[in-house]
Structure formats: structure tokens, C-alpha cells
Write a protein of this length. Structure first.
Length: 354
């Protein structure tokens, strides 16, 4: 056998090196074109370059070597260019922290921009720079942003809170005050994100939920799907610590009925009344019931979990049909649903999954 055909032969290695170098040369060439477009004085060229770069990122390609060329356009007066630049910076600010720090003053000015999307994007980029030195700046920016007139900016501010907490846990007390303000926000766009911040920073502070409980129950049908999942899971945890177990109430009611029947010594049948739950718990069950029809399997599963833990045993059956309906979903979803059905069936033997 000729040496050149053996595994690991010089010819094969040279060919591999040539192909590899050709690939990287081609990549550098394409990026060189993008850099030229970003350096041009035409906004149309910059927009086209940024669209191509975002497309590369969406395809999983590395575009970090373009950071210096992109960040120079952060102060562009063209809103389209600026929005695309912020999308890029949000992705790479954590990797290129030194270069991102040089543009902090520009991001701070952008927080005053009339366009709410620019303000929100600037806040998102700032919160992506994980450097302890900017903690005071971030705290000030978040405090200002939660008072912004735009609900979208306040929503982004809520998502920035856990990032700041991870960067400096000592800021927890101040962040709890901000979260308390966000929980009182009337915009449904903000509520889900406020609950997310609460769960990430201070999940043990259930006292913060007391005065917002009814509002959160009422807002369930209006918030976005992932907000619904967060709120339902949080309210399930809250209700389990604040209300008497419905199973105990139903058992007590049943025992009381049996005693009356025995004492009367007659054949009179006593009509079984629905278990009298706390009105606030009943409101949570009622408002979440309609979400069993949601197209999002995570929402349906969250409601099923809520009913499993909080509904009287005689009312838990309503989740069976919703869970069975989800078995028409993708195989991955089916696996999760079947696991939950098995668990529920083992604990709630009265349930019928037909």
C-alpha cells in the first residue's frame, strides 16, 4: 500500500490543512466585506451589513471578530442601524467586555432616546456586561427604567434585575424594593417579568405577594403564555403555604355528613355540598381553569399541577381531559405528560384518564 494512502499520511494532512485554511480565509474575506460596509458613510450599507451579521448569528456562526467594527456604529443616528447594533451587542457584550465598557456613556445616552425600543435595547446591552465596576450604574439605570412610561422598557428592566443580582448579591435589599414596585405595575406586559424577577431574587419573600394576590389571579388570562407559567407556579407555591389543604376540608365535611346521618337513624339522604374553600383560593382555581384550553403545553401542565395540589379531590378530575389532549403533541411533550399522568394516577386513585 502506498504511503500516501495510509491514515495520517502527510498528503492527507496537507490537504486537510489547505481546506481548513481556505475555509478561514473565505470567512475572513466575507467579514472583511462586512467591515467595509460598516465603515462606509451610507446608512443603507450599514443596515445591510448588520442584517447579514445578525443572520450569521442566527445560523450559529461566530461573528465576534466584527465587534470592534460594529460597536463604532453604536452612536448612529439611524434608528434601524442602532437597533441592529444593539441586538449584536446583546449577544457579544459579555464576551467582549473591555470594548463594551468603552461605549457605556453611549448606552446611557440611549436610555433617554424617544424610541422605546432603543431605550429597552440599551438597557438590555448594559445588563449583558457582567463587570462588577458597572454595578452602581446598573442599579441607577434599573431604578430609572422601572419608572419609564413604556411598559416594554419596564419589562426589560425586570429581566435585568436577576442579572444584577447574580453580579452582586449584596444589592438584594435594594432590588427587593424595585421588585415590590414592579409587582404593583398595572400593565399585564410587566407582571410576568416582575414575577420572574421575584422568583429569581427573593422567592422566600411571600409577604410581598399578599397585597397583589387578587390582581395576579385576575391577570392570569391576560399575560403572555410564559408569564402565565411563572405566575401559576408561584401562586401554587404561595397558596400551599397560605390556605388549608382542601383535601382536609373535604374529609371533614364528609365525616360531618356521616355523623348527622347516623344520628338521625333515618333513610334521608343528605345532599353532598361542594367543599367550602377560602374565597381567594376559589378565585385562583376559577381563573386558572380556562387555561386548561391553552395551546401551550407548559401552561396546561402548570394548571394541572395547581389543581393537583390545591383543588378538592372531587374537583381534580377536570385536569384529566386536558392532559390526555396533550398526548397528541410532539413525542418529547408526550413523555413529560405521561410521566405526570403516572404520578397523578398513583396519588389520586379516584382520577380517570379516559
Amino acid at each position: 500500500m502506498p504511503y500516501s494512502t495510509e491514515l495520517g499520511s502527510p498528503e492527507i494532512e496537507i490537504a486537510g490543512d489547505a481546506a481548513t485554511s481556505s475555509f478561514f480565509a473565505d470567512t475572513r474575506s466575507r467579514h472583511a466585506d462586512l467591515k467595509e460596509m460598516l465603515d462606509s458613510g451610507k446608512d443603507s450599507s450599514k443596515v445591510e451589513a448588520m442584517k447579514r451579521i445578525i443572520s450569521l448569528i442566527a445560523k450559529g456562526k461566530d461573528a465576534s471578530d466584527l465587534f470592534a467594527a460594529v460597536v463604532k456604529n453604536v452612536a448612529s443616528k439611524n434608528p434601524e442601524v442602532k437597533k441592529l447594533v444593539y441586538v449584536y451587542l446583546t449577544r457579544y457584550a459579555e464576551e467582549q467586555q473591555d470594548l463594551a465598557l468603552l461605549s457605556i456613556s453611549t448606552f446611557q445616552r440611549a436610555l433617554k432616546d424617544p424610541n422605546q425600543l432603543i431605550r429597552a435595547s440599551a438597557l438590555r446591552v448594559l445588563s449583558s456586561i457582567r463587570v462588577p465596576i458597572i454595578v452602581p450604574i446598573m442599579m441607577l439605570v434599573i431604578k430609572e427604567s422601572v419608572r419609564d412610561m413604556s411598559a416594554y422598557v419596564r419589562k426589560v428592566a425586570a429581566h435585568a434585575i436577576p442579572k444584577l443580582y447574580l453580579l452582586d448579591p449584596e444589592q438584594k435589599d435594594q432590588l427587593i424594593e424595585i421588585i415590590s414596585r414592579l409587582l404593583a405595575d398595572k400593565a399585564t406586559l410587566v407582571i410576568g417579568s416582575a414575577v420572574y424577577a421575584f422568583e429569581e431574587v427573593c422567592p422566600e419573600r411571600l409577604d410581598l405577594i399578599h397585597k397583589h394576590y387578587r390582581k395576579l389571579c385576575a391577570a392570569l388570562v391576560d399575560v403572555d403564555e410564559w408569564g402565565q407559567v411563572l405566575i401559576i407556579n408561584m401562586l401554587t407555591r404561595y397558596a400551599r403555604t397560605q390556605f388549608t389543604d382542601p383535601a382536609i376540608l373535604e374529609k371533614s365535611s364528609s365525616d360531618c355528613g356521616n355523623e348527622l346521618s347516623d344520628e338521625s337513624g333515618s333513610d334521608i339522604s343528605f345532599t353532598k355540598k361542594p367543599t367550602e374553600l377560602d374565597p381567594d383560593l376559589r378565585m385562583l382555581l376559577k381563573n386558572s381553569k380556562s387555561l386548561l384550553q391553552s395551546r401551550n403545553s407548559a401552561v396546561v401542565l402548570a394548571v394541572a399541577q395547581l389543581y393537583y395540589h390545591l383543588a378538592p379531590p372531587s374537583e381534580v378530575n377536570i385536569i384529566a381531559r386536558a392532559l390526555v389532549r396533550l398526548l397528541r403533541s410532539h413525542r418529547e411533550v408526550q413523555s413529560v405528560i405521561l410521566t405526570n399522568i403516572a404520578t397523578i394516577s398513583a396519588k389520586k386513585t379516584v382520577m380517570k384518564f379516559t
